[in-house]
Design a protein around this ligand. Structure first.
Ligand code: ADP
Ligand code: MG
Length: 636
């Protein structure tokens, strides 16, 4: 045993990392080569931090050392070595950074990924676990690192990627990190210089430090955002996108800007083609890199674009942004605010053009990012009108569940006599289509927007109107659509004689029976097929939104509604007749309660089954008895 190994300390990986390593070594990634991208990206991060530090401090080791990445291969030993002259790590830092997962939730997320998604190498770089991807190809990894901090000693870390890792003190002369990857037998291809060069071309071409492969420069550093647009090929734009996002996707759009006045800045913004937020993971991190005259000063700037554009990735470069700007002062920086407002306007107008001229593409974008974009309706009052035009909905006129229309399209095809825009909220389209609220709309052939996200209802309620047309929920009590008395649905000729008094009597009975459950019982102008429904008093949000409120405030009670009954429905007519006979009072009340609860269920609220089931059984008992001529005969 050598002197060194006697000082070796052994550590267990955090349990989550063990799981992750297990997933990595057993999953069949489609592109294992991405491990190199991850290691280079870490080296580049360490170099960026070094450069940033050097700008404001003089206290660090190896000042003369140039900032670069070196890659060497050894075919015989089957090793690949990636070294950088970045900030390096102290012993504590290496334990912290490479033994634990800092971002909480990352692992939870990975564990929940479907088998298919686990194979998607795009995912690995997204969640702060990039380093571990090296174990897809390595059976042992050795890290030798020395911090830039004065008087820190070098440290060596090694692990075979199963349960443990080991730390030794070591000799390393210069600051920085060296990662020695011992390749698995079947991964020998990564000792091939040209293979390494081509991987770098593919993923790391835009790293802003020289990457030397066996002494030869492998990347071209170009700040393509500062180049005239005509000089940049489609391929370069896409390559650059892949580089900044660590993915292999092609973006849905890009926006290259070079502004002279009022502020000089350059930017390229991209919209990704997939939204990782939909995997149920936490909110996406912002993805704007900020440069000051080609020097990266922040890689995940949260202030240059609003929250609701957090899915946009890209770069912004302005020499008016001071190099030593801190995260805190970004917030208050006047230039940043000006650039932000220009970028937002440009992005929105690009989206509007796309919506107009490339409908299909815009719909793809909306399906992926609509849920994020529409947050702006609430938070960005300045651009609310524009965002309202960008919103898309399914509607009763759409052929299928996927159809999308805009408020403008809805407004354009409204009938001349229609004054309001209508929507209805429910959990899905199947439920919406069975909803009694829509009966009148169908009858009058009036289009209704179908909302399956209760947040949409909140946003539309906030918007109040579109092009001066009030936006109303179809389950509201007093819709303009119901006002035209002449076209009453109720055709009194089909009614039993003298039904008016009988019906009014039923209304009275129902009001008494349901006194503590509804605010009123009324004759309906909207129903044709259903016996009854519950409508919302003016201005009250739908049950779905109320449920959202309830989730946030557990003592919130769903508001009472108005019950509307369909005078033309046989069930209501029969009930009214039974109600004339005091013998049936109890049964009438039970049926009334059941009708109410049925309507509640149709509205998405499950009432108490422990009282409902006995009641239903009692009703059925009465009715079977009546059918058999026993008990109280129901003859009127
Ligand atoms: P991420 O890069 O998203 O933070 P990684 O798993 O790729 O996640 O890396 C984990 C951490 O290890 C990094 O955040 C960094 O602190 C540290 N690290 C990795 N490689 C290096 C390196 N070459 N030089 C300095 N620190 C490094
Ligand atoms: Mg990384």
């Amino acid at each position: 045993m050598t002197e060194k190994t006697r000082h070796e300390e052994s550590f267990e990986f955090q349990a989550e990392i063990k799981k992750l390593l297990n997933i990595l070594s057993h999953s069949l990634y489609t592109h294992k080569e991405v491990f190199l991208r991850e290691l280079i990206s870490n080296a580049s991060d360490a170099l960026t931090k070094m450069r940033f530090h050097a700008l404001s401090n003089t206290e660090h080791d190896d000042k003369e050392l140039s900032l670069e990445i070196n890659i060497d291969v050894d075919e015989k030993k089957k090793t690949l070595t990636i070294s950088d002259t970045g900030i390096g790590m102290t012993k504590d830092e290496i334990i912290q950074n490479i033994g634990t997962i800092a971002k909480s939730g990352s692992l939870d997320f990975i564990a929940k990924l479907s088998e298919q998604a686990k194979k998607d190498s795009n995912i690995i770089g997204q969640f702060g676990v990039g380093f571990y991807s090296v174990f897809m190809v390595a059976d042992e990894v050795r890290i030798r690192t020395k911090s830039y901090k004065k008087d820190e000693s070098a440290i060596e870390w090694h692990s075979d990627g199963t349960g443990k890792y080991f730390l030794n003190s070591t000799e390393k002369e210069k600051r920085g990190t060296e990662i020695i990857v011992h390749l698995k037998e079947e991964e020998k291809e990564y000792t091939d210089k040209s293979r390494i060069q081509s991987i770098i071309k593919k993923y790391s071409n835009f790293v802003s430090f020289p990457i030397m492969v066996c002494g030869e420069r492998a990347n071209q550093i170009t700040a393509i955002w500062k180049e005239p647009k005509k000089n940049i090929t489609e391929e370069q734009y896409n390559e650059f996108y892949k580089f900044i996002t660590n993915t292999e996707e092609t973006p849905l759009f890009r926006l290259h800007t070079s502004a002279e006045a009022p502020i000089q800045f350059y930017s390229i913004l991209y919209c990704p083609s997939a939204n990782y937020e939909v995997y149920g993971f936490k909110k996406l991190d912002h993805g704007i890199q900020v440069y000051s005259n080609k020097i990266l000063i922040q890689s995940d700037c949260t202030t240059l674009l609003p929250e609701y554009m957090r899915f946009i990735r890209g770069v912004v470069d302005s020499s008016d942004i001071p190099l030593n700007i801190s995260r805190e002062t970004f917030q208050d920086n006047r230039i940043i605010h000006k650039i932000k407002s220009i970028l937002v306007k440009q992005t929105l107008s690009l989206l509007q053009d796309m919506a107009k001229n490339e409908r299909e593409k815009y719909e793809t974008l909306w399906r992926q990012f609509g849920r994020i974009l529409k947050e702006g309706m609430h938070f960005d009052s300045e651009n609310r009108e524009t965002l309202a035009q960008l919103m898309r909905f399914n509607s009763s006129r759409c052929q299928n569940f996927d159809g999308l229309i805009s408020l403008r399209e809805y407004a354009d095809r409204m009938k001349p006599e229609q004054k309001e825009i209508y929507y209805i909220t429910a959990v899905n389209r199947e439920t919406i289509e069975k909803s009694p609220y829509l009966e009148i709309f169908r009858k009058k052939d009036v289009e209704v927007l179908y909302l399956t996200d209760p947040n949409d209802e909140i946003l539309l309620a906030e918007l109040q109107e579109f092009e001066k047309k009030p936006i109303r929920s179809a389950d509201q009590a007093n819709l303009d659509l119901l006002k035209d008395g002449e076209k009453k649905i109720v055709d009194t000729t089909e009614e039993p004689k003298d039904f008016e008094a009988t019906f009014n009597h039923l209304l009275k009975t129902l009001r008494l029976t349901l006194a503590d459950k509804v605010t009123d019982v009324k004759e309906s102008q909207r129903l044709s097929d259903s016996p009854c429904c519950l409508v919302n008093p003016e201005g009250m949000p739908s049950v779905h939104v109320q449920k959202l409120i309830q989730m946030m405030h557990s003592d919130y009670k769903i508001a009472k509604k108005i019950m509307e009954i369909n005078r033309k429905h046989r069930l209501i007519q029969n009930l009214a007749k039974m109600n004339e006979n005091t013998d049936y009072q109890q049964l009438v009340e039970k049926i009334a309660l059941q009708l109410f609860e049925n309507a509640l269920m149709q509205d998405g609220i499950v009432s108490d089954p422990t009282s409902m089931v006995p009641r239903l059984n009692e009703i059925m008992e009465e009715l079977t008895k009546a059918t058999l001529g026993e008990g109280k005969r129901i003859i009127i």
